[in-house]
Write a protein that binds this ligand. Sequence first.
Ligand code: SF4
Length: 445
Amino acid sequence: MKDTPHILCINPWIHDFAAYDFWSKPLGILTLASILRTHGCKVSYIDCLDRFHPRAPRIDPSMRSGRGPFLKMQITKPEGLNDVPRNFCRYGIKPSWLREDLVTLPQPDMILITALMTYWYPGLQETIQLIKDAFPKVPVVLGGIYATLCSEHAHRYSGADQVLSGPGEAVLFDLVADHTGWRVRPNFDPDDLDTYPYPAYDLQHGINYIPLLTSRGCPFSCAYCASHLLNPESRRRSPARVIEEIRFWHKKYAVRDFVFYDDALLMDAENHAIPLLEGIIQSELKIRFHTPNALHIRWITTKTARLMHRAGFETLRLGLETAGFDDRSKLDIKVTANEFQRAIACLKNAGFKKKQIGAYLLVGLPGQPTSSMALSIDIVKLSGITPVLAHYSPIPHTKLWSKAVACSRYDLASDPMFTNNAVFPCRKDPFSWETATYLKNLAAA
Ligand code: SF4
């Protein structure tokens, strides 16, 4: 092939009982899109979750700091989940819009598609079916979290022609060469995050916020988390390069909300977060920051708390997971009761308000009684911050997986669909609105 290829990148639909845009963008595929573009490829992007699609009702991108509901349409519940008395929906744009968007594109030479949560694969399957109707001869390559954690399942059931496990940057141009015959010498180093171009957020119909990934990996290996599987090596960007990126999106696209996707933003703060926060403060940009991926409580100090406040951090989420401190060593070793109380004092002294500080609490862990979830909620409330419930989803290959399988009323290993966190998959008794509402009300009271 002589001409540079046309690569179509796609973020698929979500099929689920519930979904909401809590600052959630497919950063991985938008990074690949950007790398391809800077090497001369023609790149198109379709986001099936697009809240700003030209045919969608118009909304203000800055409303709720960029968050908001996806469009949705009720669809038939998968058979295996018939015991769950909740509506099941396709989240995202209408199928007719996707068909029209596909047929107006010139035929691509290769299609890259991603999928985030493992139990969202039915939405991926439906998206790939439509793609194949439009472009039956074009190879579809699947990457992302589902492809990495459930590689075998993805090979058998996704409908993709190729499934890629792990980060895609290092193999991207081999992939393009294999499928299109076009070769190029990479002008970036996959091991050096500072050599990457900024993700191609400008390919979206609207930029409501900018996700920032300043580092990859996490030094912990919590029993319920897949961070070490998805990013086995820790790497980070230079603070100066991150500040440059923030300035770029703010100046060129007037973006006000920035969202840290890091798993360990505050690790080794003296050499990373502190210079980064100081640089942001010096830039004097009128912007806001949010940390939906949670901050490590242990690393919140008087200094980091003050700097975060001065830099414009608006929404803080802390990775607490449980307030049962005496009984958590089988889950993780990342925080003690003293560290938790000390961190809250630092944040409050720095000027953060109760509603800005939320502590994630895992609910629905294997063997976790409702009373212990309620106790954790009470402890967080007593400490003067906001409990934020995070429904547990069992993840294959993590330490807690076998216990989750043993505790579930479903055959978790047979189908990732059963790991959906909306259905309390680690309980033997069927999903109960009573328990879900009780915990929700308790946290909100
Ligand atoms: S500290 Fe957070 S990111 Fe790191 S392994 Fe534990 S849950 Fe995952």
